[in-house]
Design a protein around this ligand. Structure first.
Ligand code: NAP
Ligand code: 8YV
Length: 316
C-alpha cells in the first residue's frame, strides 16, 4: 500500500475509502510536523489536503517522491502549484460539484443584507416586536444591478440563481466571455454602475486586495459588498473603515483575511452579515467534494491519471 499524508481533516466516508488503498499518516498527529517530514517525507507518495491548510512549500520540498496532492476544495491558493509542477507533482481540486451551494451562499448573504434578516430576527427574539411594534422597513433585493467579480464556474451559477430576482448582471474578469452580460475591464467602473458586488475570484497574489479603497468608494453608501471568494481579495481594513463611516452600505462576508480570526471592529458592526467560511458546507456538497478528492487519488494510484487537475497541471 502506498503512503498517504493527510493534512487537515477528512470525513469518515473519505477515510473509509482511502484506508482500503493507502497507509494513512496524519500530520496532525505529529508533535513537530516539520521534523516528522524530515524523518518520513521520502516515503510519502500521496497527499490529501484542503483549501485552508494547503501544503507549505517546505513540506512539498520534504517529500521528494510525492506524486499527487489532492485538494478537498476548488480554491488551491494555499498550494504552490508552480513548485509542485516543477517537481513533477500533480495537483487536483474539486471544481463544479460545489457551484450551486456556493452560489446559494452568495444569494443568502445578499438577501440577508437587503432584507435586514439578522436585525429582524433579533427584533422578534428580544421581544421588541411586542413592546415597540413593527421592525423598520428593509430594501427589496429584486431588480438590482449586480456586478460579479470573477465570472467563472461559481460566478455563472450565481448569475443563474439571480435570474428570478430580475437582476441586471455585470461582470469583471481577466477575459471577456460569450455571455449576455455587460463586461467591465475596470472594476472601479463596474462598482460605480452596480448596486451589489459579489466577489468569487480565486485568492492568491494576482487577486490580492483587488477590491481596494477605490473600488469600495465607487460602490458607495448605498452599495452592498458580498465576498464568498477569499478574504485576501478584499482590503479588509479599507472595507471596515468604509462600513464604519458610511462610505459603504452593507457587507455580507463568508471569508476573511486571517481566518478564523475576524476583527472585533467588523464583528461590532450592524451593517454586516458574517459567516464562518461555509460557502460549500452542506452535507450533500461536502460529500460530493470528498468523493472527488478521493476519486482523484484512487484513479492516480490505479492507472496514473486524474479526473480534475488544477489548470496549471492539466498538460502533465
Ligand atoms: P473559476 O471557474 O476558475 O473562476 C474564477 C474566475 O475568476 C474567472 O472568471 C477568472 O477570470 C476570474 N479571475 C481570476 N483571476 C482574476 C483576476 N486577477 N482579476 C479578475 N478576475 C479574475 O473558479 P470557481 O470554481 O468559480 O471558484 C472561484 C473561487 O471561489 C475559488 O478559487 C475559491 O477561492 C472560491 N470559493 C470559495 C468557497 C467558499 O466556501 N466561500 C467555496 C468555493 C470556492 P477568467 O475567466 O478571465 O480567467
Ligand atoms: C471549502 C472552499 O471551505 O472550495 C473552496 O475553495 O473555500 C471551500 O469549499 C474548503 O476548501 C474546504 O477545505
Amino acid at each position: 500500500m502506498a503512503d498517504l499524508l493527510l493534512i487537515g481533516g477528512a470525513t469518515p466516508q473519505m477515510l473509509e475509502r482511502l484506508e482500503a488503498t493507502f497507509t494513512i499518516h496524519r500530520l496532525a498527529d505529529a508533535e513537530d510536523p516539520a521534523a516528522w517530514l524530515v524523518e518520513h517525507g521520502a516515503k510519502i507518495h500521496y497527499v490529501a489536503t484542503n483549501g485552508h491548510d494547503g501544503v507549505k512549500p517546505d513540506y512539498i520540498k520534504a517529500m521528494p517522491n510525492l506524486k499527487l496532492i489532492s485538494c478537498y476544495g476548488v480554491g488551491y491558493d494555499a498550494i504552490d502549484t508552480r513548485l509542485a509542477r516543477a517537481g513533477g507533482i500533480m495537483v487536483t481540486h474539486t471544481p463544479n460539484v460545489l457551484n450551486a451551494e456556493v452560489a446559494s451562499t452568495a444569494l443568502m448573504l445578499m438577501l440577508a443584507c437587503y432584507r435586514n434578516l439578522l436585525a429582524d430576527d433579533a427584533h422578534v427574539r428580544s421581544g421588541d416586536w411586542e413592546t415597540n411594534g413593527n421592525a423598520p422597513l428593509s430594501r427589496s433585493a429584486d431588480n438590482q444591478v449586480v456586478g460579479i467579480v470573477g465570472l467563472g464556474r461559481i460566478g455563472q451559477a450565481i448569475a443563474d440563481k439571480l435570474a428570478p430576482f430580475n437582476a441586471t448582471i455585470l461582470y469583471h474578469s481577466r477575459s471577456q466571455k460569450m455571455v449576455p452580460y455587460q463586461y467591465y475591464g475596470s472594476l472601479v467602473d463596474m462598482a460605480q454602475a452596480a448596486d451589489v458586488l459579489i466577489c468569487i475570484t480565486p485568492g492568491g497574489e494576482e487577486t490580492n486586495k483587488l477590491v481596494n479603497f477605490e473600488v469600495i468608494n465607487a460602490l458607495g453608501p448605498k452599495g452592498t459588498l458580498i465576498n464568498v471568494s477569499r478574504g485576501s481579495v478584499v482590503d479588509e481594513t479599507a472595507m471596515i473603515a468604509a462600513l464604519q463611516d458610511g462610505r459603504l452600505g452593507w457587507a455580507g462576508l463568508d471569508v476573511f483575511e486571517q481566518e478564523p480570526k475576524v476583527p472585533e471592529a467588523l464583528r461590532a458592526l450592524s451593517n454586516v452579515v458574517l459567516l464562518p467560511h461555509v460557502g460549500s458546507a452542506s452535507h450533500e456538497t461536502r460529500a460530493a467534494m470528498g468523493d472527488l478528492t478521493v476519486d482523484n487519488l484512487l484513479q492516480h494510484s490505479n492507472i496514473g491519471t486524474v479526473i480534475s487537475p488544477v489548470p496549471e497541471c492539466e498538460d502533465m
